[in-house]
Design a protein. Structure first.
Length: 143
């Protein structure tokens, strides 16, 4: 892909995380496109034992780390889409985070957001509209 194609694009990131049991064996997935729908990244992996909420946060962290490593994309903004209302409301500061381990994950997210240095937005979408990220999680489990 050439730089003129992606110059100052808005990126779209779909993330998902899940565990088999809560906590249990967990996996994450993310899918990134530019605002024209061109695929830039697709990633899924097992992450060991985690809760569903931790896996959701770790998927966001993994996507942010990818964005940090690919700063040359000259992105204006990034719009994240997650199928967890709880996590979206926590990321947007609407709900408080009571668990210390989740607070530590959001601290990491805020640090990555600052390092990336562009506008980042988090929105909720229904699970049916998050199929690619969900499939990446399930494929990591071998489903």
């Amino acid at each position: 892909m050439n730089n003129s194609q992606n110059s100052m694009a808005n990126l779209i990131v779909y993330t998902d995380g899940g565990s088999r049991g809560n906590p249990g064996p967990a996996a994450i997935g993310f899918y990134i496109t530019d605002d024209k729908g061109n695929e830039l990244a697709k990633y899924g992996k097992k992450i060991g034992l985690a809760t569903n909420n931790s896996a959701e946060y770790l998927a966001v962290i993994s996507a942010l780390e990818w964005l940090k490593l690919n700063r040359e994309l000259q992105t204006k903004s990034v719009r994240f889409f997650l199928d967890s209302k709880l996590i979206v409301n926590q990321l947007n500061g609407i709900f408080k985070i009571k668990e210390a381990r989740l607070r530590n994950l959001i601290v990491k997210i805020r640090q990555l957001e600052r390092e990336i240095g562009i506008n980042i937005f988090y929105s909720y979408i229904p699970r049916e509209k998050n199929k690619i990220a969900d499939n990446l999680v399930n494929h990591s489990f071998g489903c």
